[in-house]
Design a protein around this ligand. Structure first.
Ligand code: FE2
Length: 429
């Protein structure tokens, strides 16, 4: 007797439909047409059942603050930083907590059950840290949240950052952050990486730095981050977020850099929605796209994920935390329309993101935690194309969110028509 049986699931790794049996919050078996009793049986009706979406780069402390204290009129990074500087001192623990909890409900509705969020530790009061530690605990039954201690104002540049970062880690923040390109000099940037990686080595913590979020081709902190990772034996524990300067680097230099990153088993997180809007603002035409070299990084055997980064905050007025929107933008900006490349973009919001966060219990396989999402479509490609309803969001074998299937009935010219955006010839697949 199983707790849950999901019948007729389309999975990405097999052609025929399969049934997924769940006991005590874990996947017990995956087999075609199982004859089994279960306390709760649901029919996926041949729809695509995916492991949950994972957002490996986000900022929960600023999310949903759109319009406070005013709207970013220019839409630029610099006005965004100025706005955040005005807003931050006015926020209470309750403000941070309430916005984050509201946002987590959006995430769950979208089937995103893993989130790595940076939390700004530049303010000595560490109110956002206090709030987000509480949110991490409150949301644990529904989603996995990792916190990164992020020195937004610079680790060496802002005098109190080292003390605050260590305090945040002592309070229970999971990951060591950084922002080397924002330090006063290239040398300071490199020194900040050395110090932060040593903190990580001392404490056995993962690292995730905002790194080279710049159009400057000489912003090469990812080289130092890779070298320090290897020097300190942190292989597989370190993430370079953004790496937008790689877009503008000389090809010969990149041919040396990629093997260094692969040797250090660096994880890369690109943020397509934010990179395409904030980078290359000084360009006229031709105008750079700004996102890092996702295709080449993946081809070099380096793990690459996509993050949402921002939703309705001082930097970005858009978004509803739909990771399929992120995958779609990443695929388009990187021109990754080949069959395997489409899968790489889908993996960037699922398995590759889980790998960057070291979520070892992730995936639809026997023995794994029973987290999955039934989508109203048949394949990863259609998931990216249609961004369909998350019919059922399942966490540890419990259905934690449901969204009704979209009604395909449309009145066209006074006549009722069925429009589901799937060609007739493909509907039976
Ligand atoms: Fe970020």
């Amino acid at each position: 007797m199983f707790d849950l049986l999901v019948k007729n699931a389309k999975l990405s790794d097999r052609n025929e439909l399969a049934d997924i049996a769940v006991s005590a919050g874990r996947i017990s078996a995956i087999e075609p047409a199982m004859e089994a009793e279960a306390a709760n049986t649901i029919n996926a009706d041949g729809n695509f059942v995916t492991p949950p979406f994972i957002d490996s780069h986000f900022h929960l402390d600023s999310a949903l603050s759109y319009g406070q204290p005013r709207i970013n009129q220019s839409g630029t990074l610099l006005e965004g930083i100025q706005l955040w500087g005005e807003l931050k001192p006015t926020q209470t623990v309750e403000d941070f907590r309430n916005r984050a909890l509201e946002f987590c409900r959006w995430s769950i509705a979208r089937g995103t059950l893993g989130l790595r969020t940076h939390v700004d530790i530049s303010d000595d009061r560490l109110l956002a840290v206090e709030a987000l530690l509480d949110v991490r605990k409150t949301m644990k039954p529904y989603m996995d949240i990792q916190l990164v201690a992020f020195p937004q104002d610079g680790f060496l540049r802002a005098g109190q950052s080292r003390t605050n970062l260590l305090r945040a880690l002592d309070m229970g923040v999971d990951v060591v952050g950084g922002i080397p390109h924002f330090e006063r000099t290239m040398a300071d940037g490199a020194e900040s990486i050395r110090q932060l990686c040593e903190i990580s080595a001392d404490r056995g913590l993962l690292v995730d730095m905002h790194c080279d979020e710049s159009d400057d081709p000489m912003s090469r902190h990812i080289e130092t981050l890779s070298a320090e990772t290897t020097r300190l034996g942190l292989e597989g524990m370190v993430t370079g977020s953004h790496l937008t300067s790689m877009h503008s680097m000389d090809n010969y230099y990149v041919s040396k850099l990629l093997p260094l990153m692969a040797e250090a088993q660096i994880h890369v997180v690109a943020n397509p929605l934010i990179n395409i809007t904030l980078q290359a603002r000084h360009d006229t035409y031709p105008k750079r796209r700004g996102m890092t070299r996702v295709k080449e990084i993946a081809e070099a055997g380096i793990n690459v994920a996509f993050g949402h980064d921002c939703v309705m905050d001082p930097w970005y007025s858009f978004g509803s935390h739909d990771m399929l929107e992120v995958a779609s933008m990443g695929l388009h900006v990187a021109q990754m329309t080949g069959t395997r490349q489409i899968q790489t973009c889908y993996d960037a919001i699922t398995t590759s993101a889980a790998s960057a966060m070291q979520l070892g219990d992730y995936g639809i396989a026997p023995g794994k935690q029973a987290d999955m999402v039934i989508l109203d479509c048949k394949s990863p490609t259609d998931a990216i194309r249609l961004r369909p309803a998350r019919l059922k969001v399942i966490r540890k074998g419990n259905i934690i969110a449901t969204t009704p299937k979209a009604d395909p009935t449309v009145m066209i010219g006074g006549q009722s028509a069925q429009v589901d955006f799937v060609p007739a010839g493909m509907r039976s697949v």
